[in-house]
Design a protein around this ligand. Structure first.
Ligand code: TNX
Length: 535
């Protein structure tokens, strides 16, 4: 805590130097990388070792120098555009409670001036799409990126450089300042995913937004929503209204369930998009569909609707392969879902089918892919989809812990091996929440995994990784947070940071330092015994 208490008297210098010159002249003497954990490590505002997660591609600190954010600090955006002004608003929101003032936002038309936080999109700058440069000197902050998404990620890094106390609303023990630094960053993978199963237990729009907020802190950019399963159908489909009025009416253990109206869903999609997160909606088929079968007798081979289901078995339900109405139904559903989905992907499930022949399964998933493509989207399916003929665009979502199923050469992959990345697994024998069929998954387990080694494929085939939270055991967002923290930040670093720059012993120190920040944010955390928490 020592260095966080260090006050800083540096505000705007009356020097004649311009901010740009200051950036050039600043003494960035201490490049820090994995393993370079110094005595002052772990203090978010410390200069020796900022506790950033995910660790950036390049970090150079200027020891002893800080930039103080004051009521007079101005946020400048350039070029003038709504997206950048909105991100500037995110920065203003972040510091305004601590400063008891809302920072002014203005268009930057002139050369950089001292005392500003400047957000800049430079489309032709040659940086990677989601990359950014963050420069902090005693005179100001500059975040420059090729895209607004890159600027947003730079803001998340800046957030972690601010003292944890800015996360408190009201109490402000530490000065609002950041250590001088030069950070250049870009992600390893383009797909940095998280999944929430809103079918086994329903989560309200407010709960989903909280989940999105927490994911955004760690630069997650794909939110896969598992919208349908045996226990519930959670998305309004106008042509088939009983899916939600009947099929949305319960959940595991018989709770009330729920569903998203189109309007609520659009609001969630927009909330995610504002945080540069693309929603990947999933309609699970041909199994995991009891809620749909219970809603419409006609979808059943025998014309009889089964009862709603509140248990946690898998693989027992099936759409009726032999009835044309099945594919008419799926066409209607996917058409409406595609219209609600600005992102390019729709997930068609395809997992854990126990009551179909191989041939039926293959034919079913081939038709499912065709329907998704017909409605202008890219299909993605759980790894069993390999048993069908894949369309060239189809993404395979690999959940198997082992490499027992080889994807066809060249297939694009998202990796979520259950024994590493299923965040619904129990941490250890002491934890009650979660399942354990894929093993115990404490925070080191996702961290110490290299996605490139999981299957014998080229790294270029791997779009990225995703950390699912299945909700058989989680009845509230508090429960979900317990499964997320501390593992989600570990998964996020696997997704973002180059393998060569990752080191468990280094990570554990940075992770331990996040504790007061999480507490300030009111997150329900599993304080894993594997970490020395700095609380
Ligand atoms: C497997 S593997 C599932 C889900 C369960 C989960 C529980 C796969 C794609 N599906 O149906 O909810 O395990 O951990």
């Amino acid at each position: 805590m020592g260095s966080m208490m260090r006050t800083t008297a540096v505000t705007m210098r009356s020097s004649a130097r311009t901010f740009a010159a200051a950036l050039a002249l600043a003494v960035f003497a201490v490049p820090v990388g994995p393993g370079a954990v110094g005595a002052q490590h772990g203090t978010p505002a410390g200069v020796d070792r900022p506790a950033l997660i995910p660790w950036p591609a390049s970090v150079t600190m200027a020891p002893g120098e800080r930039f103080a954010v004051t009521k007079d600090t101005v946020i400048e955006v350039t070029p003038k555009q709504p997206e950048l002004s909105r991100i500037a608003g995110v920065v203003a929101d972040l510091v305004s409670p601590a400063l008891e003032a809302r920072l002014a936002i203005r268009d930057a038309t002139l050369a950089p001036v001292p005392g500003t936080i400047r957000l800049e999109v430079e489309p032709g700058s040659g940086r990677p799409d989601e990359g950014y440069d963050l420069s902090i000197t005693t005179d100001g902050v500059r975040i420059a990126a090729k895209t607004p998404a890159g600027v947003f990620y730079g803001v998340q890094t800046l957030r972690q450089l601010l003292p944890w106390s800015i996360e408190l609303r009201g109490v402000r023990p530490f000065a609002v300042s950041v250590p001088a630094a030069r950070i250049t960053d870009a992600p390893r993978f383009g797909w940095r995913g998280a999944m929430l199963d809103v079918a086994r237990h329903f989560f309200s729009p407010a709960e989903v937004k909280r989940y999105i907020d927490l994911l955004a802190l760690y630069k997650i950019n794909r939110l896969h929503l598992h919208l349908t399963d045996d226990q519930g159908w959670r998305i309004e489909i106008a042509k088939w209204p009983k899916l939600t009025t009947i099929g949305g009416g319960t959940e595991v253990k018989g709770g009330p369930g729920g569903f998203y109206t189109k309007r609520e869903y659009a609001d969630i999609v927009a909330y995610a998009r504002d945080r540069f997160m693309t929603i990947v909606p999933e309609i699970d088929m041909p199994s995991h569909c009891n809620a749909a079968l219970a809603s419409y007798p006609t979808l059943n081979c025998d014309g009889k609707a089964p009862a709603l289901y509140t248990g946690i078995e898998v693989g027992f339900s099936n759409f009726c392969f032999d009835k044309p109405i099945t594919f008419k139904f799926l066409d209607d559903v996917l058409k409406e879902l595609a219209a609600m989905t600005p992102g390019p992907w729709i997930h068609v499930g395809g997992d854990e089918v126990k009551k179909m022949t191989r041939e039926q399964y293959a034919a079913f998933m081939e038709r499912a892919q065709g329907l998704v493509i017909k409605h202008g989207k890219i299909p993605i399916g759980w790894d069993e989809i390999i048993h069908s003929t894949l369309q060239p665009s189809t993404v395979v979502h690999y959940w198997r812990p082992d490499a027992s199923m080889a994807p066809p050469p060249g297939t694009k992959l998202v990796l979520s091996p259950a024994n590493r990345f299923y965040l619904d697994m129990k941490y250890d024998a002491s934890t009650v929440l979660g399942l354990d069929w894929a093993g115990k998954v404490d925070v080191d387990v996702p961290y110490t995994w290299d996605p490139a080694k999981h299957l014998a494929v080229e790294e270029s085939q791997i779009l990225g990784v995703e950390a699912p939270i299945w909700s058989e055991t989680t009845a509230s967002i508090d429960d979900v947070e317990f499964l997320m923290f501390p593992r989600l930040p570990a998964a996020a670093e696997v997704a973002w940071t180059a393998q060569a720059a990752r080191d468990w012993n280094d990570f554990r120190v940075r992770l331990g330092t996040q504790a007061p920040r999480w507490s300030a944010l009111g997150i329900n955390v599993f304080w894993s015994p594997k970490i020395d928490w700095r609380r």
